[in-house]
Design a protein around this ligand. Structure first.
Ligand code: ZN
Length: 371
């Protein structure tokens, strides 16, 4: 009696531990992209900080007004999902669809201030068209305080997300997959024009500066309306958000705003004025298009002056300063303050970027001169 009861309990226990995990594995998980509510297209049903989590942007079926979304773009190695925040202002009137992106480089933050302040003051009642602002594309890079996409595979790695577009949505490495998912779910096929907000990289500084492909007349007019200090005519590098948008038929420019890891009030205010000017140019907001009294310096090439060895740099020129060929622009010192080398301008031009971090590795930039 005792033995048969024990046997029965044992068999029931054995069945439960062998069948339960199998049942859990066999049952397909619900696909979050198939859960759609009436009001919000591609709603996953999840809410974070009170904001709906969507699996993709659908600008067409969205009602006019102000919308906040998290777009699900992937997951960490722990299985926790990763979301990109998006602010959408849909006007009451029809008009162009403008993308304003920031933080594809995770330590370039001035663009986030531009987006937060601009979207807070625009009124959708008088807006024509749609502004889609993305204040921070590269979530893994932002968390790691890094320019690059920072992954964990193989003990950790870094990839420039702004050389990885349009990426992939299947297979391949984590950065390509992240880039491909961001491209497909947020940008691809949705816009009439775009501005990608950046800054110089860590240890360097830009003024207000636009990379623009002048072969595209609309990109040129965008660049001029942004009222920067400097424009470089530039076809752009493969894999950037700008060139990927251009290749898909969307006029786009890369807008560089000062230095990374800080909010620079004057430059942020000027960048907001520039984006509003673009919106006037395209009829999205009322008002006359204005151009700065001081015309931007426009160039086609620049030279980077690199250190030949490591040391402590003193820079002798300022941003936007006009320099002559052969002008002494920087001096490098050893750890005891003894001069190692003087650096001179290889040609005349305007100072486009300079080192803000005095500690310079061999082969790192001191000054960039546009001509
Ligand atoms: Zn950048």
């Amino acid at each position: 009696m005792f033995r048969s009861l024990f046997l029965r309990v044992f068999v029931l226990w054995a069945l439960s531990v062998t069948t339960l995990p199998l049942r859990a594995m066999d049952t397909p998980l619900p696909d979050p992209t198939t859960i759609v509510t009436d009001r919000i297209p591609h709603d996953t049903g999840d809410r974070l900080l009170g904001v709906p989590v969507v699996s993709a942007l659908d600008l067409k079926s969205l009602s006019p007004g102000r919308h906040l979304f998290y777009v699900r773009v992937g997951a960490r190695n722990t299985g926790d999902p990763v979301h990109v925040p998006v602010i959408i202002l849909k006007g009451e009137k029809p008009g162009p669809k403008l993308a304003l992106a920031a933080g594809i480089h995770g330590d370039e933050l001035n663009g986030i201030a531009v987006i937060h302040r601009l979207t807070a003051r625009l009124d959708t009642d008088s807006l024509a068209g749609i502004l889609v602002a993305v204040p921070g594309i590269n979530r893994p890079g932002m968390i790691a305080n890094n320019r690059h996409f920072v992954g964990s595979t193989g003990g950790g790695f870094m990839v420039d997300l702004n050389r990885s577009l349009p990426g992939r949505t299947k297979g391949g490495g984590p950065a390509g997959l992240y880039a491909g998912t961001v491209w497909k779910r947020i940008f691809k096929g949705r816009f009439d024009l775009a501005i990608d907000l950046h800054t110089q990289t860590r240890g360097l500084e830009y003024p207000l500066f636009v990379f623009a492909d002048f072969d595209n007349p609309q990109a040129e007019s965008l660049a001029r309306a942004l009222m920067p200090d400097i424009i470089k005519k530039d076809a752009g590098e493969n894999g950037t958000l700008e060139t990927t948008l251009l290749a898909s038929g969307v006029p786009a420019v890369t807008f560089e705003i000062g230095a990374p890891k800080r909010f620079q009030e004057t430059l942020v205010s000027r960048a907001i004025a520039g984006v509003e000017n673009v919106m006037r140019l395209r009829g999205m907001i009322a008002g006359t298009v204005v151009y700065a009294e001081k015309q931007p310096v426009i160039g086609t090439h620049y030279s980077n002056i690199y250190t030949k060895t490591g040391g402590i740099a003193v820079i002798h020129v300022a941003l936007l300063e006009a320099v002559a060929k052969g002008q002494h622009v920087a001096t490098l010192y050893d750890p005891f303050g003894r001069e190692i080398e003087r650096y001179t301008a290889p040609h005349a031009g305007a100072v486009l970027a300079l080192a803000t971090d005095p500690l310079r590795e061999p082969g790192s930039m001191l000054v960039r001169i546009l001509k």
